[in-house]
Ligand binder design. Sequence first.
Ligand code: SAH
Length: 240
Amino acid sequence: MQAATNVSPEEIARFGKLAARWWDPDGESRPLHDLNPVRASYVADRVNLRDARVADVGCGGGLLSEALAKAGAHVTGIDLGEKVIEIARLHMHESRLENPSLDIDYRVQSSAELAAAEPESFDAVCCMELIEHVPDPAALVGDLVRMVKPGGLVVMSTLNRTPAAFGAAILGAEYIMRMLPRGTHHYAQFLKPSELGRLMRHAGLEVDDVSGLGYNPLNRKAWLSRVTAVNYLISARKPA
Ligand code: SAH
């Protein structure tokens, strides 16, 4: 395995500390738990998941990977965090007691390695809440484009770079509600939808939707919205 370059080791260590509690809906991954059904159905609305090959890049403990696999997809979940991958595998084994057909291949692998090993192999590629943590966002988008099949779907989600996102994700979640450890997010690395859209188009994708991901941490409700000021989803296709 080549050493991965597009990664901050501090980021991997930070998420590694959260690994053991990843599947606790009241733990630090609580916002991801609450957002997960909405983003899973956003993907399911755009691609027929039954027997689709799907990559989940930066899969963490596997919240989205499992949701997609439950809908019938064959999922490859990659992350550079060994601890989070270990937890993802453990949880999959537990979930298989109820759902024996769950098919997820979790790997400690970089996006560049997966793209090189399996180019144009996936019907859909998901990359949620990762791009704001990598040193070179354009390189990550390039990897996603290489691994998706022509005609395939790429869905990403991330935090916008607005005062509202600063207020919600950093001040609110890290400082006031203390849901997330301080230092989880770096405002300067957040991307506006226009900037992420441009990166995707420059990499050869056709962006077909940007939707806001609304979230109320008090009642834990999440919904799709026209307001992209905090968190948003972006969907694109690789031309066939
Ligand atoms: N996509 C998941 C997890 C988001 S948390 C979800 O939305 O539910 C961010 C994840 O990205 C963590 O699991 C962390 O280990 C991983 N990560 C951070 N930098 C990375 C990099 N450069 N390459 C791959 N994974 C990375």
